[in-house]
Structures are given as structure tokens and as C-alpha cells.
Design a protein around this ligand. Sequence first.
Ligand code: SF4
Ligand code: SF4
Ligand code: F3S
Length: 378
Amino acid sequence: MRIDQESIEHDNIAGLSRRDFVKFCSTLAVGMGLPVGMGAQIAEAVTVQKRPPVLWLSAQECTGCTETLLRTSHPTLEKLILELISLEYHETLLVGAGRQAEDWREKSMKENKGKYILVVDGSIPTKDNGIYCKIGGKTALALLGEMAADAAAVIAIGSCASWGGVPSADPNPTGATPAHEVLKSRGIKTPVVNIPGCPPNPYNFLSTVLYFVTFKKLPELDDQSRPKFAYGRLIHENCERRPHFDAGRFAIQFGDEGHRKGYCLYKLGCKGPETFANCPIQLFNDVGSGAWPVGTGHPCFGCSEKGVGFTLPLHSPARPKYVTPPSIFPGIEAHKSGGASIAAAAVVAGLAGAALGAGAVTVKKLGEKEEGRKGTEE
Ligand code: SF4
Ligand code: SF4
Ligand code: F3S
């Protein structure tokens, strides 16, 4: 598993020319809200320094979080990840097994004490002293405490590790608990960053690691310990279907005219209005535009948001946050109060002085179009 530092040739990094590698780092820098020029600094940091040792602990998980790192296409992200970090221990990817693997983990922890990054995927079963998940005879609960205590930072990757995810769904038979809560209850103060998602976008993981390596600190986090660069905005704010939401054009059923035309999926249960993530911008699997759930025609179910994904019914309507649709359009609830509310919206729009006439005409036209769109909007 270990790749010698020499294997990173400075003119060919993970199959990319140095120029393309700097370009790639610049893209990651922009994704993190840094100036584009920082790309060169990141590229320099990760190729000149000793690669950061990473130990990966898998608890109650489905291996999807690992797969998401390995199943990317262009530019071979898994190669970048495996060549830019020194992955010391990872149950699924290790060549060794059994005692050999555990011995290596202990040796690596000792040699890299205080310097390694601990990545955790999966939630930690805490019921009955954690007996529901054991690795090499030790519970994941004990291993997390042991491995996190000597780490420089902990990255909880995926919704299971960040807030419990699938294993914590009601009735949570194993007492599945997120990594940060376990560490807090044990008084372990190693900083934790959560990268939720099921699975999360691998670029958000890679960006966080590269930021840490370059600047020797974690990126700015929100109140749920998520990197702000990736989770600072609602999906709804960047969704390509947002103009349809604002105009009141919705798919009502899968396969109906509105669905085929790419209208907003709010009425099919899209949780984009209450889910913070960069899915519409960062996209998945390097296959181009539209490569994210809503882009393919499926409502976002809020997999990255605590209290939304795996908690709310799949097709229940979202509870929109910060929605400020233009007042010249009928509101999303307009159909409930009929023409009166559309007339009221026209009056509100009209209060903007000279815009009165134009606003009323626009609403009237929308009202006329409503007639022709039966079955696709409400
Ligand atoms: Fe699997 Fe999703 Fe949990 Fe990752 S977050 S381990 S993909 S269930
Ligand atoms: Fe996009 Fe969903 Fe918001 Fe509609 S409700 S605009 S589909 S995020
Ligand atoms: Fe998950 Fe919604 Fe993004 S389902 S992958 S948070 S679009």
C-alpha cells in the first residue's frame, strides 16, 4: 500500500503533467473559495513535503464512502488520493490482513504520533459496549478512542460517521453514534471535520486533506464542523432548476410532462431547499453537467443533512429555508388560495411604483400560461 515518496516524479504526478496538476490544484483552490493562484502553493506543498500519513478506520458502513474515492474516472482521482497521501491503514485496501494489518497500524500510529490524519467512515455502535462492530478483536468504539487520541485531526467521511446516517435510523438497534459525539463523550479533543453525504463528493474530501497539508490547519468550519467551502450554501441556491421553482413550474409525478421538461422537483419531495451541500456545483463522477441527483431527474433526499436524509419521508415536501422568490411570480402555495393570492401578489409587485403595470401584466400572463400547463404545475 505504501508508495515511496520517490514514486512521485515532479514532472508526472499521478499520471498528470506538472502543468495539469497545478491546474487541477487551482480548480480545487477555487472550489474552496481560495484565490486561483493558491493552486500553485497547494501543488508545491503536496509534492515537496512528506506525504501526510492517513489511517482509515471503518466502522458500521457499507464501503460506499471508499468506493466513491475509487470509482472516479477523469482525472483518476483515486490515483491522486493514493499518491498524494500515504495511506497507512485501510481494511478494504490493505494488501495484508489479520495480525499483520493490525501490527502495521500500531507501528504506523507510533511512528506518526500527533501527525497522522484519522479518517473514519461509518457510525460507531455504542450499545452493549460497542460489541456490534469489532476489528481484530477490538471494538470500533475502543479503536476510535485509541486512534483519535494520537491523531492531528479526524475526518469523519460520510453521513454515517458525521451524524449516524443509515445505521442510526429508528430504532437504532446498535446505538449508532457519530464519531464526534463519541470523542466528545470520552474527552478527546482532537479536532474533527465532518464531510457528510451518502456517499460524499470525493473532491470535498481531497480538498480538505490538501488544505490541511498546505496550511497546517483545517478549513473554516460551520457550526456542524463541516467545511464552509462545501456546505455553506443550500443546494436550492445553486440548482439549475431554481428558475422553474421561482416561476411555479413543478413536476408532479415521475415521467409527467413537467418531469420530462426538467421542471423543479420540489413537489416530488426534493429536499434541496433545506440541505446544505455543493452537489450542483461540484458534481459527481467527472461525467459532465447534470451529474448529480437532481440533474438526473431524481429529487435530492438530503443525504448530507442531519435530520433530513434517512429521517424525513422520501417524498414529503421540504421545509424551505431562506426562500425569496421574486414577488412577480405566484408563490409555491398560490394554488391553495386561488386567484385572490395571485391578485395580491400582483398588488405587492405593483407597489414598486412604476413597476405596477408591468408586474400585473407579468402575473396575468403567468396566470394565462397556467391554463396551458395543467398537470405540470400547481
Ligand atoms: Fe455507506 Fe452512505 Fe454510510 Fe458512506 S455514508 S458508509 S455510502 S451508508
Ligand atoms: Fe432544485 Fe430541488 Fe430547489 Fe427545485 S426544490 S430548485 S429541484 S433544489
Ligand atoms: Fe445527497 Fe442531495 Fe447531494 S441526495 S448527493 S445531498 S443532491
